[in-house]
Design a protein around this ligand. Sequence first.
Ligand code: HEM
Ligand code: HEM
Length: 227
Amino acid sequence: MPETSAARPRPDTVQRYGRAARWLHVWVYLTVLTLLATGWWFVLYGYHRPTLAARLLGQPDMTIHQVAGYLLTAVLLGWAVFGPRGIAAFVRHTLRYRRGDGRWLADWPKAAVTGRFGGHDGHFDPGQRLANIVMVVALLVLVLTGLGLTLLPSDALSGSMLLIHEWSTFALTPVIVGHIIVAAGVLPGYRGVWRSMHLGGRLRTDVAQRLWPGWLREQQDSDEPRR
Ligand code: HEM
Ligand code: HEM
């Protein structure tokens, strides 16, 4: 979707994400970071020691956790209702496999430092595709078990639901930490990537060429900004 900004896009940049996708991402990360922070607090310090945020807001951490949980649920439902085509595209781009993806992954640790990534023709690189699968599955399980723990009468099931809730957090956390390190451009190979989701969603063409060469070619061929 073209940006409606009055400023004309610079020719050495390319639009990667439109406004709707960027707002969706902001809401997901604000709620997920709140849930991770309060969830880890419960694991490490239990439910009776308030965080600084709980003291400042005058609300128990569990209320903060549950409100963030309802917000995340609402955001995901909103996406399902208003963005089914976006979801279909996300799933299609994530669940693709090409010969050469294994090679790309094997070369990744070096490339993350040197910036010399292997070629691929996807919207997401093979590493992003794996991360997307873990993030989506873990988040869906967390939302379902979290709602179950909140809304269902406590019974024999709640013990196993809590265990699944906790272990999904353990699976999700390293992937989110990795995603933030990569997407914030801490590793030299990923410098400049953060712009694709922030401040207009345009990134420099040389950065796009380094990370998503096939996608960039498609953009240039169609000359159409996307999503
Ligand atoms: C990113 C998503 C989420 C993460 C990372 C997360 C993480 C956690 C963690 C680590 C705990 C502590 C588990 C323990 O004490 O062993 C917890 C407890 C809890 N969470 Fe979540 N959570 C998420 C989403 C949700 C949602 C969507 C809800 C519901 C609206 C929810 C409701 C609860 C409840 C009710 C508990 C307390 C369960 C009990 O002790 O009976 N969580 N969460
Ligand atoms: C904490 C919860 C977060 C979740 C669940 C999340 C999830 C996602 C997902 C599923 C994508 C799609 C493609 C991909 O895997 O790269 C994405 C893209 C992106 N995220 Fe996040 N994200 C989170 C936090 C952040 C934060 C804090 C940043 C800040 C640097 C960030 C920056 C980005 C960027 C720049 C992209 C675009 C990558 C591309 O152009 O393909 N994310 N995020």
